[in-house]
Design a protein around this ligand. Structure first.
Ligand code: PMP
Ligand code: GLN
Length: 383
C-alpha cells in the first residue's frame, strides 16, 4: 500500500506564473504574464561574472555572502536611504527574494502564530506561512485604488500576531505606499513584538517623482524589519535568482540560522560580479527608474485607444487593467482566452486573493522592448 500523503498545501496548485508562461509558449503568444524582461542585463555585469568564473571563483561562498557584495549593499543603502547596516552582521545574500522571504518566515513564525498579509498578495507569501505552521490573516487593499485600510489592520492585530508582510511598490497592482502609510504602520507595531517583512524588490521602479519609502528610512520600523530586495529586478537578470536581506543583528542572527540550512550560500561568481558592477555604476538606480517610467508611458499610450481601463501605475513593471467594457468573463478565463485567441498572455489578479475575489482585472508586464509592447497593444486594441 502506498503511504497516505495528506498535502501540507491542499489548496495550492501550480503557480500562475508557470501556468501562464507555459500557455503563452504553447500558443506562441506574446508573454506579458510572468514578470521578466525580454532583454538582458548590462554587458559589463555579465562580463564581470564571466571573468570571475574564468578566474576560478567557483567554490562555495561564505554562508552570509561575499564581503565585497555585502559592503557594496551597505554603501548603496546608506546612499539611497541614509541607513546604516553593518555588512558583516546585518546583510545576507539569498537565492532570490523568494528565499529571503521564506527564510524570514521560517525563522520567526511558529505554529499558531498569525501573519498579516495585504491582498492581493504575491503568491509565495501564504504558502511560506502555511509551511511554517502559521495562520495567514488577510487585510484587503481597497479597490480600485489598492490602498491599505489601517483601521482594518488595527482590528486584525491580536496577541498572536507575529509578523506583518508588506510590499511596496506592489505586485500585482503597481500601487505605492507613501510616508503616511509607513507612519501608520510604525504606530501600529510600536510597543508590540510584531516583526515586519518588507518586500522591496521593485524599490527602483517608483514613478512621477514619488520616492520609494524603504523601511530602512524609518528607524522605528527598521529595528523590527527584514527588508528584501532582488538583483534580478534591478539588473534585468531574473534567472540568476540572487537577492539580499537587511535586518538588525538580532534578527539577522536568527535569519542566518534558517538560511544556512535552506540553501547555505549563493553562487560565488554572480555575487562577485554584482559587487564589481555596483561599485562602478552607482548611477544605475536613477537610470533604471527613468527607463521603466518611459516603458510605462509607452505602454499606457499604446493602450489608450483600447477598451481596457488602465488603472494607475505608480511603481513596478506591471500595468493593471479593468476589462468590464470588453467582457464579463472571470479573469482567469479571459486571461487564458486572450492568450489563445488574441496572442497576448497576462496574469489574472484574482489568483492573489485567498477567496478568489474577482474584480475583473488583468496584469500586464511592460518590462519588454517597445516593439514587443507595440505588437501586444495592437492586438489588445482590437478587442
Ligand atoms: N516579491 C515580489 C513582489 C516579486 O514580484 C518577486 C518576483 N517577481 C519576488 C518577490 C521574488 O523575487 P526573486 O525572483 O528574486 O526570488
Ligand atoms: N515575480 C514575478 C511576477 O510577478 C514572477 C516570479 C515567478 O515566476 N515566480 O511575475
Amino acid at each position: 500500500m502506498p503511504p497516505e500523503l495528506p498535502s501540507k498545501l491542499p489548496r495550492v496548485g501550480t503557480t500562475i506564473f508557470t501556468v501562464m508562461s507555459k500557455l503563452a509558449a504553447e500558443c506562441g503568444a506574446i508573454n506579458l504574464s510572468q514578470g521578466f524582461p525580454d532583454y538582458s542585463g548590462p554587458k559589463e555585469l555579465i562580463d564581470a561574472v564571466a571573468r570571475h568564473m574564468r578566474d576560478g571563483d567557483n567554490q562555495y561562498a561564505p554562508m552570509a555572502g561575499v564581503l565585497p557584495l555585502r559592503e557594496a549593499i551597505a554603501e548603496k543603502v546608506a546612499m539611497l536611504y541614509g541607513a546604516s547596516y553593518d555588512a558583516d552582521r546585518e546583510i545576507t545574500i539569498t537565492a532570490g527574494a523568494t528565499q529571503a522571504i521564506f527564510s524570514a518566515i521560517a525563522c520567526m513564525v511558529r505554529p499558531g502564530d498569525e501573519v498579516i498579509v495585504f491582498e492581493p498578495d504575491y503568491d509565495s507569501y501564504v504558502p511560506g506561512i502555511l509551511l511554517n505552521g502559521g495562520t495567514p490573516i488577510a487585510a484587503r487593499l481597497s479597490f480600485p485604488g489598492y490602498r491599505p485600510n489601517w483601521g482594518e489592520v488595527r482590528r486584525l492585530i491580536t496577541p498572536r500576531t507575529r509578523m506583518i508582510m508588506i510590499n511596496s511598490p506592489h505586485n500585482p497592482t503597481g500601487s505605492v505606499w507613501d510616508e503616511a502609510d509607513l507612519r501608520q504602520l510604525e504606530h501600529l507595531v510600536r510597543d508590540t513584538n510584531i516583526v515586519v517583512v518588507s518586500d522591496e524588490v521593485y524599490e527602483h521602479m517608483v514613478y512621477d517623482g514619488m520616492r520609494h519609502e524603504s523601511l530602512a528610512r524609518y528607524p522605528a520600523l527598521a529595528e523590527r524589519s527584514f527588508i528584501v530586495s532582488s538583483f534580478g529586478k534591478t539588473y534585468h537578470v531574473t534567472g540568476w535568482k540572487i537577492a539580499y536581506c537587511l535586518a538588525p543583528r538580532e534578527l539577522t542572527a536568527e535569519f542566518r540560522k534558517a538560511h544556512q540550512f535552506i540553501t547555505f550560500c549563493i553562487n560565488t561568481p554572480c555575487q562577485l560580479g554584482i559587487a564589481d558592477f555596483m561599485r562602478v555604476r552607482p548611477d544605475w538606480y536613477g537610470e533604471l527608474t527613468s527607463f521603466y517610467e518611459q516603458k510605462r508611458d509607452f505602454f499606457r499610450a499604446a493602450l489608450a485607444a483600447s477598451r481596457f481601463e488602465l488603472l494607475p501605475c505608480c511603481g513596478t513593471y506591471f500595468q493593471s487593467v479593468r476589462y468590464h467594457a470588453i467582457s464579463n468573463e472571470p479573469d482567469r478565463q479571459l486571461a487564458e482566452r486572450l492568450t489563445r485567441e488574441t496572442g497576448v498572455a497576462s496574469i489574472p489578479v484574482s489568483v492573489f486573493y485567498a477567496d478568489g475575489e474577482d474584480n475583473k482585472v488583468l496584469r500586464f508586464c511592460f518590462a519588454k522592448h517597445e516593439d514587443t509592447l507595440k505588437r501586444a497593444a495592437e492586438r489588445l486594441s482590437k478587442l
